[in-house]
Design a protein around this ligand. Structure first.
Ligand code: HEM
Length: 406
């Protein structure tokens, strides 16, 4: 691990084991003050690792989530290139954040997502049947999970299916951390350009259509509450946020079950456990592991420490979800634990808007896949499975599996 002359480790701190958080998070959690880390550009940033502190910071609007505020932590030049693009509401502070987020609340309400369940299940089973028809092996990221999540979100926005490959490629380019900034920048520009044309074409025929873009055109753009460009940026956020994240969680969750056969058997014998297994996956992996970056917009006294205006901070939700004072033996993957108070979807005003959809998709996968693909197992030794280390969102490089076709 590299550190600066003050001994503060360089962030991101590498994982010693790919499926476990860096040990340094535990050390930081052991002291009452926030930890110190150094970013690639030499910037000092305060890191919160305790569950209560992470929640307190995320609930405190004196910490801004706007990357344009001076002092905002820089994760890498490639990540900066993404953040410097036009901000969607995920990067805004109140009141504008709430104004735009509220335009979408009803689209992701639990009741509305529950009504979509049959469509979501049909989509997934259709993809599973397609896999079986092609043989008894697959790489589940590319062959199943990404097509599934991208089809669902594209259907909600009514974005043509034939363009999925384009979105998958560009959204992948956008989460890379250690590449030339021109790569994520070009990917952002390509997606925004695509969506701009799509929104323009839909402006005149949105009436009577049942998709999120059309609802926003009729209720918000035509009423003067949202500009056409703001709608483009919002649609981009939904496409990106709702796609690679959930697919990565599926792959990691399935991997955990396949490498913990006792847990899988328990879940298969008692389907009531599927929901708690999903909460445990969300907690255990906390895939948005470099969330949430903030800047103090005024001097803040916290835990007897002064956090000066302009200080960059990181509220590490992954570390919070592994706080032993809140989750006993946090390094144990245990589907019977009650984990639903985890903060894998963040906390406070930016808490994930799409969580009912993510949960519905995860429930569909884990209540269906083992029946359709009997004796599902890894196709390569478990130690050869690699995580996506250089991505903003944690996932698996590949998940090759095999099953028995009847
Ligand atoms: C397992 C899957 C998912 C995980 C773990 C996840 C996690 C998160 C996290 C940690 C945040 C906070 C980000 C921040 O503060 O910077 C967030 C925000 C958000 N997520 Fe998700 N997400 C998932 C799936 C989805 C899906 C399916 C959608 C649907 C479109 C979605 C839409 C959003 C949106 C719109 C925000 C911004 C909320 C705001 O700023 O008010 N997410 N998500």
């Amino acid at each position: 691990m590299s550190s600066n002359e003050n001994g503060a480790p360089r962030f991101p701190i590498p994982r010693q084991c790919p499926f476990h958080l860096p040990r340094e998070y535990d050390e930081m959690r052991g002291t009452p003050q926030a930890g110190d880390v150094t970013m690639w550009n030499g910037q000092n940033v305060k890191v919160f690792t305790r569950y209560e502190d992470v929640k307190n910071v995320l609930a405190d609007n004196r910490f801004s989530g706007n990357p344009a505020v001076h002092g905002f932590p820089s994760l890498s030049p490639a990540r900066d290139a993404v953040l410097q693009a036009e901000p969607a509401f995920i990067r805004m502070d109140p009141p504008e954040h709430g104004r735009q987020r509220r335009m979408l609340t009803r689209e992701f309400m639990i009741k509305r997502i529950a009504a979509l369940r049959p469509h979501i299940e049909k989509t997934f089973v259709g993809l599973l049947e397609g896999l079986k028809a092609r043989g008894n092996t697959a790489e589940l990221n590319e062959d199943l999970f990404l097509p599934f999540t991208s089809t669902v979100i594209a259907d909600l926005l009514d974005v043509p299916h034939e363009d999925h490959a384009f979105f998958q490629e560009k959204s992948h380019d956008r989460v890379l951390l250690d590449v030339d900034p021109s790569i994520p920048k070009a990917a952002s520009a390509a997606i925004l350009g695509y969506l701009e044309k799509l929104v323009e074409a839909r402006m005149d025929n949105a009436d009577g259509r049942d998709d999120i873009i059309s609802h926003l055109i009729v209720d918000q753009v035509r009423e003067g509450h949202l500009t056409q460009r703001e709608l483009v940026v919002m649609a981009d956020l939904l496409l990106m946020a709702g796609h690679e994240t959930t697919a990565n969680q599926m792959a990691l969750g399935l991997h955990s079950l396949l490498t913990h056969p006792d847990q899988l058997e328990m879940m298969r014998n008692d389907p009531e456990l599927i929901k708690s297994a999903i909460e445990e996956m969300l907690r255990f992996h906390t895939i948005v592991h470099y969330n949430a970056f903030r800047t103090a917009v005024e001097d803040i006294e916290y835990n007897g420490e002064l956090i000066p205006k302009g200080q960059g901070v990181i509220a590490l939700i992954a570390a919070a979800n592994h706080d032993p004072n809140v989750f006993e033996c946090p390094e144990k993957f245990d589907i019977t634990r009650k984990a639903d108070h985890h903060v894998a979807f963040s906390y406070g005003i930016h808490q994930c808007l799409g969580q009912p959809l993510a949960r519905a998709e995860l429930l569909t996968v884990f209540s269906t896949i083992f029946d359709h693909l009997p004796n599902l197992r890894l196709a390569i030794p478990a130690q050869e499975i690699q995580t996506k280390g250089d991505h903003f969102v944690l996932g698996l490089q590949k998940l090759p599996v095999v099953w028995d076709n009847e």
